[in-house]
Design a protein around this ligand. Structure first.
Ligand SMILES: Cc1ncc(COP(=O)(O)O)c(C=O)c1O
Length: 366
């Protein structure tokens, strides 16, 4: 079956009844006697709404999936389960800011060394000796740099090092890290996977069932659980992922091309552009190039003028929603970007409306 059809049906029960049974709200379950005789006993351990969602995620990613209450809960679980004091983790200098902060503030305290190298040019290859975990994020947030997952996974395997890929910007529909040799794929499902900017969720998928058990145990012990209503909404939204992605990726490529052609934008960052340094790799390992693009308006005043002139596009952080949004990334600090760097999340608006809005805002911004 085509992945688009699989996603539509993933985790839905086969029998009669509703297509997708409603959320189960339960802190506890009536479950007398031997707990092992019951599928569900207590709300922090398991929930049928999670089970259906995880079945869907497992099918999407081609592994065993564990759902978490946010992307960072998923990231923390991977660090907590895979790394021990004395270990080394190799991370991108340009991955999502909070993941780097977690390494700096928390892993360091546990005696875990973090080595940083850029995503571009597979620069992390040079730092693998003696490492326990190689953390990749491709395309990276916010500069959309790309690395070669299969190449890095082969090199890591030679060093006995596990590879985890933050697959948030691509989603499992566009990129399959486990099939490319990663041991773990992680995502903030707050973003494109669920696509409506109305839930915070995350998940980890792994090929190894023992690793899945350890991640599930971490979730139970740390209480990093998702709420059933959010999970149900997410599962409902997953059905339209292929449709959303088709529209969003198509519009993103057209918009990136338009921005590059203007001649008044110093740099456009989108792996779908032939001039992008990771374009050939992205073409090989991604089905499409994603719904996020970035561009540089050089200065804060110009970028602010642009954001204020947009009519259709909301100024908001996060990305992947059906509604387009944009923000000046430097307002947060933490990323090595210019004061005029804009991260733009392309929604499902009609491409011409979006192009018109961006064009008039750029013209007005000067
Ligand atoms: C690439 C990436 N990974 C992880 C996260 C963290 O996800 P969450 O905000 O759902 O905790 C984000 C959030 O922006 C992200 O962009």
């Amino acid at each position: 079956m085509h992945p688009d059809t699989r996603v539509l049906h993933a985790g839905y029960p086969a029998g009669p009844g509703p297509y997708l049974p409603g959320p189960t709200f339960a802190a506890t379950y009536v479950a007398p006697g031997d707990p092992a005789q019951h599928a569900y006993t207590y709300g922090r351990f398991h929930n049928p709404t999670w089970t259906a969602w995880e079945t869907a995620l497992a099918e999407l990613d081609g592994g065993h999936a564990i759902a978490f209450g946010s992307g960072m809960a998923a990231v923390s679980a991977v660090f907590g389960v895979v790394l021990s004091p004395g270990d080394v983790v190799v991370m991108p200098t340009d991955c999502y800011y909070t993941t780097r902060v977690l390494a700096r503030d928390w892993l360091a305290k546990l005696g875990i060394e973090t080595r940083l190298a850029p995503t571009r040019g597979n620069a992390q290859l040079e730092h693998l000796k003696g490492a326990r975990l190689l953390w990749l994020e491709t395309p990276s947030n916010p500069a959309l740099e790309v690395c070669d997952i299969a190449l890095l996974a082969r090199a890591a395997a030679e060093q006995g090092c596990l590879v985890a890929v933050d697959n948030t910007t691509a989603t499992g529909l566009l990129q399959q890290p486990l099939a490319l040799g990663a041991a773990l794929t992680v995502a903030s499902d707050t973003k494109a996977l669920t696509g409506h900017a109305d839930v915070t969720l995350g998940h980890v998928s792994v090929a190894d069932p023992d690793l899945a058990v350890r991640l599930r145990t971490w979730r139970t012990q740390h209480g990093a659980i998702p709420a059933p209503m959010e999970v149900w909404l997410a599962h409902r939204s997953l059905a339209t992922l292929p449709l959303r992605q088709e529209r969003q990726c198509g519009t993103a490529l057209a918009l990136a091309t338009l921005l590059e052609a203007r001649g008044d934008i110093s740099r456009v960052y989108y792996p779908g552009l032939p001039g992008h340094p990771g374009h050939e790799i992205a073409r090989r390992q991604m089905r499409a190039f994603g719904s996020v693009l970035s561009f540089d308006l050089d200065t804060e005043p110009r970028a602010e003028r642009f954001l204020k002139r947009l009519r259709l596009v909301r100024e908001a952080t996060s990305f992947g929603s059906v509604h387009s949004s944009a923000e000046r990334r430097a307002r947060w600090g933490g990323d090595a970007v210019s004061p005029g760097f804009i991260r733009f999340s392309v929604g499902v608006e009609h491409p011409q409306d979006l192009q018109r809005d961006v064009t008039q805002a750029l013209d007005a911004a000067g």
